[in-house]
Design a protein around this ligand. Structure first.
Ligand SMILES: [Cu+2]
Length: 118
């Protein structure tokens, strides 16, 4: 995910430079902002597991869990917040503080995950 954001910033800078000095100046300003731009990540709940189980993101990024086990109910439970127990649908959280956040499904022992926010 980090690589994708950087590529976007470089592409934007290259594109803007073609437009002339004003655009180049804008691009110079745009790069630091682009590298800090929020990204979106998806974690699936499938085969009674979170995939990926561990995800590293940046502050401000959004994570969406998507239920894919159809008949098996799951939930996403952190210390301070949690999803509903459901069989389909999704649940999204935007992480605004650095830290390591562990979570689990209260129904299935061993169904655990970690979000690392840098
Ligand atoms: Cu579960």
């Amino acid at each position: 995910m980090h690589r994708r954001v950087r590529t976007g910033a470089i592409a934007l800078a290259a594109l803007a430079t073609v437009g002339g000095p004003t655009a180049a100046a804008l691009a110079a300003n745009a790069v630091p902002h682009a590298s800090a731009a929020a990204a979106s990540h998806t974690i699936t709940l499938k085969n009674i597991a979170f995939n990926p189980r561990k995800l590293t993101i940046h502050r401000g990024d959004k994570v969406t869990w998507v239920w894919r086990d159809k008949v098996v109910p799951h939930n996403v439970t952190f210390k301070a917040f949690h999803s509903r127990t459901q069989q389909t649908g999704s649940y999204s959280v935007r992480f605004t503080k650095k830290g390591t956040y562990t979570y689990h499904c209260t129904i299935h022992l061993g169904m655990t995950g970690t979000i690392v926010v840098k």
